[in-house]
Each structure stands twice: as structure tokens, then as C-alpha cells.
Ligand binder design. Structure first.
Ligand code: FAD
Length: 440
């Protein structure tokens, strides 16, 4: 489609130091770090708000801030902590709630959007909502020279000095033909349509054992009274009284195939099937679970939650061994104790890192051969199972923040990002007084 557009006729509207594609956790943190390094920042987002999967997909909790195992404590700080504290100040989070051997922090979507807006405006980032990245042009040196975007008022170009692809889907990297891959031999985790229930009697609900809900879901499904394809479900109280976040659905085609998150036909099926399932699970909750008798389905996310699409072939691929053996790289830019939480088409697998953590090397964000572009967030280079741990919000914040700093370092040193090391980024962050993911 875009090949028919004559680029010469399209106006160049912005020439920022750095353009960030996508306003999810990774994109917002990348924008703030780059601005704090003195760069002019343009961040573009196809929706009218930031938050990505956390907000548009209503994933609704911050995972990855805390350790797992005994003596659970917060171990991830830096920008993730800054954002968490800002949500606390807005009364936008609950206290941490148990999740297996660790804890997570439920948040409300509105507070997330407002916190991001405030931070971006405070740092003079130019924000373009309702703007879609379409494709990029490369110059003879292999640098991304131009981005073709579609805004509310038509097509325009952006000529940035550096680009951070925080689209979740590696949109930029894919568009310029740099290598990406899709899951493990094409297999990806299943999508989920998350929904909220309102008017829940929280006192009654708080006495319900979560395992008993899982058992009841399975029994209800097998009885034939309901169609509930996922039996291990998550229900989290939200900050506002009477609201519960329901991460319960699992979307596959009848033959078990997982819809492709970058294909419109598959996504249309996933959206419709997700809403249908949300209604069915809500019927189950109101009929069968204490506290939900008078509750109602108070909407879904504005899009189905997509856990996995394209990943980049990076200089370092975060391996399953890196995660399982809790490897700690000297050059790492963030750490994680979040389990491998793999939502497969057949079952959910969870593997905890008891009392330990692994690190994500900077090079996992750098596509092989990258010049003036890199990624941040869930499209990092990672094996299928490793990604099922590294993709959560606190780590996406950490990756984004490092990417924003790396953009500044690459521009100052006039070095392609492929020639920059994680230790140089960490040193640079210290010199700029950017708190990295390790520092309190
Ligand atoms: C069902 C589900 C449940 C989850 N549960 C949790 C949870 O409880 N806790 C947790 O911490 N994590 C959870 N996660 C994971 C987490 O939400 C995401 O992995 C994380 O938010 C990804 O952040 P990101 O910034 O990399 O990408 P995203 O959040 O996906 O952000 C990418 C942004 O880029 C925008 N974009 C994409 N393409 C374009 C384009 N071409 N032009 C313009 N904009 C574009 C998108 O609109 C989006 O805003 C869950 C994920 C899913 C799917």
C-alpha cells in the first residue's frame, strides 16, 4: 500500500534527535531517559493515550518489581520504581498482592495514562497521539533517515537522528528488513481479553480461596454449563472499591491455532472471541463465585492482550539458560525475578526463580547490524520461554530507560549503536545521574 505513496510529495514535519515508536511502558521510559539526557524527543502512539498492553490491553498490574521465594522484597528500582511511586501518589495502585511465590501490583488504567502524560509533558517530549508508524527509509550508510507516519490529518515524514522501536511488534525493525522471528517455530503465547467486573462485594470475595476458583472453573466447563477454555485464572482487586480485574480468557481457534497478533483477520477473530469469552466468564463469576452475585461486566480492554509477536535477532539473544540459571551479566541494563509464565495453547507453565534473579544484557535490545535504531520492551531478542519472563512491565520500563540513554550516548559519541556496550551505557547513565534499574 505504502509503495504507491510518493515520499517526495510528503512534508517533513519533525526532525527530533530521537523518535520513539509506541507509548507503552518501554516507549514512555525511553522518552523520559532521552529527554533527561538533553535530547529533543518525539514519541508517537497509535492510540490516544499511553500505556500499551498495560492500559489498552488492560493487563492491569505491574509484575517484576519484587523478588520471589522467601523474604519477598522490591528488587527493581530506577524508572520502574519512579513510575510505581507516582501511581501510589495518585492512589492508582493497591498494596502488592500475592502471585504464586511472588507479588504484583494492580493499578488502574486512568492513573497510568495520566502519570505518563504528566511525565512526558514535564520533560518537554513532543507527543503525537493518533499517529501510526507505517514504514522507514534507510540512507546509503544504513541509517534510518526517514519515518513515514499517518496522523489524523494525513501522511507526513519525520527525519530523526535516532529511532527507538518500542512498538512491541518490532514494527520499525521489520519494516526495514532487519531479521526478526516469530515465537518458537511460529508458536507464540495465547492472547487474553482482560475485563473488569464492577460492584463486587469485596468482603465476600476476599474470603474466597483462589485455588477453589480454578477448580470451579474446570468443573463448570466440564459440566457443559459454560464454555471456559482456560482453567487457571487470575482475579485481582483494583484500587477502586468493588472492581476486580479478570485475567481469565484464552483465545485460540477451534483447532488450537493461536491467532497471529500482527494479522488483521486473526486479530478480528481474537477481539470478537475475546469479548464473547469475557461475557461467558462473567456469567460464571456472577453465578458461582461469592461476592460476584450483584457484579456486572464493566468493559474489556480496548484491545485484546497480545503477549508475543515478533522478536528481533539481537546481538545477544536472552536464552532460557540465562533465565533458568539466573545469569548475571556485567553489562546488563535491568534485572528480573519474574517467573517464566508461559501461556501456551495447551497449558500454562510457571517456573519461579526462587530467591534469585537474572539480568537482561543491553545487547538483547540491539538488532544485529543496527546503526541509529534499537528496540525496547517485549520485542527484545529472547528465546520463547525467556521472553515469557522478561516481557512484564517493570522490565519493559528498565529496557526503555536504557534505550533512551543509549540513544544519547550513540549520538554524542557518533557511534552506531551496535558498537556500544552495556557497560558504556551504564557508565553514561551514572554520569548523567539517570538512576538505572539497579539503583535506589
Ligand atoms: C493478556 C496479558 C496480560 C498481561 N499481564 C501482565 C501483568 O499482569 N503484569 C505485567 O507487568 N505485565 C503483564 N503483561 C505484559 C505487559 O503488559 C507487556 O508485555 C508490556 O506492557 C509490554 O510493554 P511494551 O512497551 O514493550 O509494549 P506495548 O505495551 O505493547 O506498547 C507498544 C505501544 O506501541 C504502540 N504501537 C504499536 N505499533 C504502532 C505503530 N505502528 N504506530 C504507532 N504506535 C504503535 C501500541 O499502541 C502500544 O501502545 C501482560 C500482557 C498481556 C498481553
Amino acid at each position: 500500500m505504502t509503495q504507491d505513496i510518493h515520499l517526495a510529495d510528503i512534508p517533513v514535519r519533525y526532525q527530533p534527535d530521537v523518535c520513539i515508536i509506541g507509548g507503552g511502558a518501554a516507549g514512555v521510559s525511553a522518552a523520559i531517559a532521552a529527554a533527561r539526557c538533553g535530547l529533543s524527543v518525539l514519541i508517537i502512539e497509535r492510540y490516544g493515550f499511553c500505556g500499551g498492553a498495560s492500559v489498552a490491553g488492560l493487563s492491569g498490574t505491574i509484575c517484576g518489581l519484587f523478588s520471589s521465594g522467601k523474604n519477598i522484597q522490591q528488587i527493581v528500582f530506577g524508572f520502574a520504581d519512579e513510575f510505581y511511586k507516582a501511581l501510589i501518589r495518585r492512589n492508582g495502585v493497591t498494596a502488592p498482592v500475592p502471585f504464586g511465590k511472588t507479588v504484583l501490583v494492580p493499578h488502574d488504567a486512568f492513573s497510568w495514562k495520566r502519570t505518563a502524560d504528566d511525565l512526558l509533558q514535564l520533560h518537554n517530549c513532543q507527543v503525537l497521539y493518533h499517529t501510526q508508524f507505517l514504514q522507514a527509509s534507510l540512507n546509503e550508510s544504513g541509517n534510518v533517515s526517514s519515518l513515514l507516519l499517518k496522523g489524523m490529518d494525513g501522511f507526513f515524514l519525520v527525519n530523526p537522528r535516532f529511532v527507538i522501536d518500542a512498538s512491541g511488534d518490532a514494527e520499525l525493525v521489520y519494516s526495514i528488513g532487519t531479521a526478526t522471528y516469530y515465537g518458537k517455530n511460529g508458536n507464540v503465547q495465547t492472547p487474553t481479553m482482560i475485563f473488569k467486573m464492577g460492584n463486587v462485594d469485596m468482603a465476600s470475595f476476599s474470603r474466597v480461596d483462589p485455588d477453589s476458583i480454578n477448580r470451579k472453573v474446570a468443573q463448570a466447563h466440564h459440566s457443559g454449563k459454560y464454555k471456559l477454555p482456560r482453567h487457571h485464572v487470575y482475579l485481582f482487586p483494583l484500587p477502586h472499591s468493588g472492581e476486580v480485574l479478570c485475567n481469565m480468557t484464552k483465545i485460540t481457534y477451534p483447532d488450537g491455532r493461536v491467532p497471529i497478533g500482527t494479522n488483521s483477520e486473526d486479530m478480528s477473530f481474537a477481539e470478537m472471541d475475546g469479548r464473547r469469552q469475557a461475557e461467558e466468564y462473567a456469567r460464571f463469576l456472577t453465578d458461582e463465585i461469592d461476592g460476584f452475585e450483584q457484579a456486572y461486566l464493566n468493559d474489556t480492554g480496548c484491545q485484546v492482550g497480545i503477549r508475543q509477536t515478533r522478536s528481533i535477532e539481537g546481538i545477544h539473544k536472552l536464552s532460557n539458560e540465562d533465565v533458568l540459571q539466573a545469569k548475571k551479566y556485567k553489562d546488563a541494563i535491568c534485572l528480573s525475578s519474574w517467573p517464566i509464565e508461559l501461556h501456551g495453547a495447551d497449558r500454562l507453565q510457571i517456573h519461579y526463580l526462587d530467591n534469585d534473579y537474572y539480568t537482561i544484557p543491553f545487547e538483547s535490545l540491539v538488532p544485529i547490524g543496527a546503526t541509529n535504531y534499537m528496540v525496547a520492551g517485549r520485542c527484545l531478542s529472547a528465546e520463547h520461554e525467556a521472553l515469557a519472563s522478561a516481557r512484564v512491565t517493570a522490565q519493559c520500563f528498565g529496557m526503555g530507560y536504557a534505550a533512551g540513554a543509549a540513544a544519547a550516548l550513540s549520538l554524542q559519541e557518533k557511534l552506531p549503536v551496535k558498537n556500544i556496550s552495556g557497560s558504556a551505557v551504564a557508565k553514561w547513565m551514572k554520569s548523567k545521574k539517570l538512576k538505572n534499574a539497579y539503583e535506589q
